[in-house]
Design a protein around this ligand. Structure first.
Ligand SMILES: Nc1ncnc2c1ncn2[C@@H]1O[C@H](COP(=O)(O)OP(=O)(O)OP(=O)(O)O)[C@@H](O)[C@H]1O
Ligand SMILES: O=C([O-])CC(=O)C(=O)O
Ligand SMILES: [Ca+2]
Ligand SMILES: [Mn+2]
Length: 686
């Protein structure tokens, strides 16, 4: 053993592996040394450079040429992003560079290109500059482009308060003050074309704004994004039908938003990304930054604005990620019908024999829960297209409600909540990080967003043949509708157009509701911000908040397709059935549902929602099984007194007495016997 001049044992750094002391004790220098001179260098060894996203084309003949083309491709990509982020009133786009600003110089240690290559400017071809130079043109905006879930986790945890890893590996995050969508702040630019094409006015979800106001908000968002050190950019696809695929770019300030869209949109392969080019639609998500109340049309500090002509969407004043998802859905509701393709707010799955079912329904009615079925292949949980070739999912992920989620009732969804999944607004133990899915402290609308392949029997690619069954889900908080009824085509159209559900989410799930009148819903918030109490809602096409054209356009397409391909319609009530006072003597088989409910709302003092129980999920699953298997097509039916609906008398595994609401309600018709839907008395007046 070598000694230093001062007599201490010298620390061996080479060949130590073979050396052992005579007494056999191994020292910690017994392994091969690391090939690093400094700690920084050591850390730089930890990460291997990713393969370039451009595969080397004509057979790697010249590695030099390949390197150049990758550099050129990256330059073009940055130029495209700089163009996306360009102000419309200044001459150039921002100076964008790739990479994390916190990692300056790190990559250089490994011979990778410096994160500060020549920045890319984008010059406007057509806009006259109004401000030649500003401080903003002197700074860099770092672009974090299509980061992986692992990278996004690190960004979220380092920089976004309220981001944590849960015990199952999901990323728990907070969406801020808004925990649901803001339909009253969603605006569409009304120009000559859209004035003609879209549905405007009473009942329409499209609140108008003018082009100039849109540009004002766009500029506000772009300036905000450019003022940041870094922005996240996702380039992804919508629609698994590759003929009708849309390229979307999402520019956002939060890793949460980037990971959410990574999960929810279709993830491009490396080759597809190489060919991505210019996006068809761009989202500017500046959700942390409010809109300006002095700006025309602004009625709150939130504005979600869509400009179909510019193919852009701007988000100000809300960080709720569902705005991006559903904003793009609105765009598909515009684009697809123009191609003869029906866009659907529905879940979709397929049996092993290839029988496809659609599950229409408003938020919280069970599209995700019921389309995720262990015995069937999942095509998608929320947004689909029905074209001449069959159905296709628009998205690449699912967005499940998490309130009261349990392993027992929804095992596939529970198991999907793992590394990579975004968990919004849930409450967890600060030490074990175990999530308490029953906790509504932040919101009722807790959500998980995960890639569709996290469901073991997902059908990839997410496409299927023409549907055999069209299931309309209603979550009836008033106990009017039977658990299931078979519909003929006119009835299907009637229910599709009226799209009834009570707009409230899971306010008491399967649990028994407390005795009246103490039952209250003060702390309930639904998927749409501000919904506190159940409201009977008629949402055309089971998604009036997202449709762009008049509901009859979609309904006509649905009728035509159902007839052409022989699909059967079903109405399934996943809410309450019976268990409350019902005016059976005044409601007859010929009473239209909306008249009934309109009447009911005028008599609210007599009526209470939520008496009894929400129909148990296992029963609903049995009902759905019987639809899929064909059992219900051949079952015995009777006509209900209410609405003349055809209801089966028996279903395997479901207690027969719950199939007819008449068995589970107590009639109080006598209490209002003076009024027989006269529409003129005090009780009838709305
Ligand atoms: N009988 C039932 N059928 C379906 N869902 C039920 C039933 N009873 C309780 N639920 C609960 O209702 C919720 C349905 O939510 P789900 O995520 O499926 O809604 P959704 O229709 O997909 O809404 P969104 O469009 O907002 O995503 C789940 O939390 C589920 O556990
Ligand atoms: O958009 C959302 O926040 C959730 C959703 O799927 C819906 O409301 O239909
Ligand atoms: Ca859902
Ligand atoms: Mn939905």
């Amino acid at each position: 053993m070598a000694s230093t001049p001062n007599g201490l044992a010298r620390i061996e750094t080479h060949g130590a592996k073979t050396k052992k002391h005579e007494n056999g004790i191994c020292h910690d220098d017994s392994s091969a040394p690391v090939r690093a001179q400094t700690i920084d260098e050591l850390h730089s060894l930890q990460r291997k450079r990713s393969a370039p996203t451009t595969p080397i084309k004509d057979g790697a003949s010249s590695p030099f040429a390949a390197a150049l083309s990758e550099e050129e491709r990256q330059r073009q990509q940055l130029q495209s992003i700089s163009a996306s982020l360009a102000s419309l009133t200044r001459e150039t786009g921002p100076k964008v560079v790739r990479g994390d600003p916190a990692r300056k110089g790190e990559a250089a240690a490994k011979g990778a290109p410096s994160p500060h290559p020549q920045p890319v400017h984008h010059h406007h071809p057509h806009v006259t500059p109004t401000i030649a130079v500003s401080d903003s043109s002197l700074k860099f905006t770092h672009v974090l482009y299509n980061l992986s879930p692992a990278e996004l986790y690190e960004q979220a945890i380092k920089y976004e308060k309220g981001s944590f890893i849960t015990s199952t590996g999901a990323l728990a995050t907070l969406s801020g003050a808004k925990t649901g969508r803001s339909p009253r702040d969603k605006r569409i630019v009304k120009d000559e074309a859209s004035a003609q094409e879209l549905w405007w006015g009473k009942g329409s979800p499209n609140i108008e704004m003018d082009e100039h106001t849109f540009l004002t908000n766009r500029e506000r968002a772009v300036d905000y994004l450019n003022s940041l050190d870094k922005v996240f950019v996702n380039d992804q696809f919508l629609n698994w039908d590759t003929e009708n695929r849309i390229k979307v770019r999402i520019i956002s300030a939060r890793a949460y938003h980037s990971l959410f869209m990574h999960n929810m949109c279709i993830r491009p392969t490396e080759e597809e990304l190489e060919e991505f080019g210019t996006p068809d639609f761009t989202i500017y998500n500046a959700g942390q930054f409010p809109c300006n109340r002095y700006t025309h049309y602004m009625t709150s500090s939130t504005s979600v604005d869509i400009n179909l002509a510019r193919r852009e969407m701007v988000i100000l004043g809300t960080q709720y990620a569902g705005e991006m998802k559903k904003g793009l859905f609105g765009v598909m509701h515009y684009l697809m019908p123009r191609r003869g393709i029906l866009s659907l707010h529905s879940g979709c799955n397929m049996g092993k024999q290839g029988d496809v079912a659609l599950f229409f329904g408003l938020s919280g009615t069970g599209k995700t829960t019921l389309s995720t079925d262990h015995n069937r292949l999942l095509i998608g949980d929320d947004e689909h297209c029905w074209s001449d070739t069959g159905v296709s999912n628009i998205e690449g992920g699912c967005y499940a409600k998490c309130i009261d989620l349990s392993q027992e009732k929804e095992p596939d969804i529970c198991n999907a909540i793992k590394f990579g999944t975004v968990l919004e607004n849930v409450v967890f133990d600060e030490h074990t990080r175990e999530v308490d899915y029953t906790d509504k402290s932040v919101t009722e609308n807790t959500r998980a967003a995960y890639p569709i392949e996290y469901i073991p029997n997902a059908k990839i690619p997410c496409v299927g043949p023409h549907p055999k069954n069209v299931i309309l889900l209603a979550c009836d908080a008033f106990g009017v509708l039977p658990p299931v009824s078979k519909l003929n085509l006119p009835q299907t159209m009637y229910h599709f157009i009226s799209g009834y559900t009570a707009l409230v989410n899971n306010f008491c799930s399967e649990a028994e509701s407390p005795a009246l009148p103490s039952y209250h819903l003060d702390d309930v918030a639904g998927t749409e911000d501000g919904i506190k109490e159940p409201q009977a809602t008629f949402s055309a096409c089971f998604g009036a908040a997202f449709i762009m054209l008049h509901p009859t356009k979609y309904a006509a397409m649905l009728a035509e397709k159902m007839q052409k391909y022989g699909a059967t319609g079903w109405l399934v009530n996943t809410g309450w059935s019976g268990g409350r006072y019902l005016l059976l003597s005044t409601v007859t088989a010929s009473t239209p549902l909306h008249i009934y409910l309109w009447h009911e709302l005028t008599l609210n003092s007599l009526f209470r929602y939520g008496v009894g129980k929400r129909i148990r999920l296992p029963y609903t699953r049995k009902i759905i099984d019987a639809i899929h298997s064909g059992e219900l097509l051949t079952a015995n039916y009777k006509k209900t007194e209410v609405f003349g609906l055809e209801i089966p008398t028996e279903i395997d595994g479901v207690p027969s007495e719950i199939l007819d609401p008449i068995n589970t309600v107590s009639s109080v018709a006598s209490r209002i016997s003076s009024c027989h839907f006269c529409y003129t008395c005090k009780k009838c007046r709305v």
